[in-house]
Ligand binder design. Sequence first.
Ligand SMILES: [Ca+2]
Length: 73
Amino acid sequence: MEGLSTRGGRINDFKMGIDDIRLEAGVTLLFTNVKKDLDSDGQADTKLLLSNGGSVEILGIDNLTEADWALIA
Ligand SMILES: [Ca+2]
């Protein structure tokens, strides 16, 4: 996924196996909080907390795996 700010954001069109999450150099993923409905639409979402204090909410996705982001820096 190009252009995603690691300062924070919300993604509502993430496609499993197509999009990935690119973290800026030095920024690591601290915590993945899955299966919470962040926007109250009845579908579980994922929230990623980043080492720089930012967070990214991925709407409509509750089954991200480490392979979706871990290898990109
Ligand atoms: Ca939701």
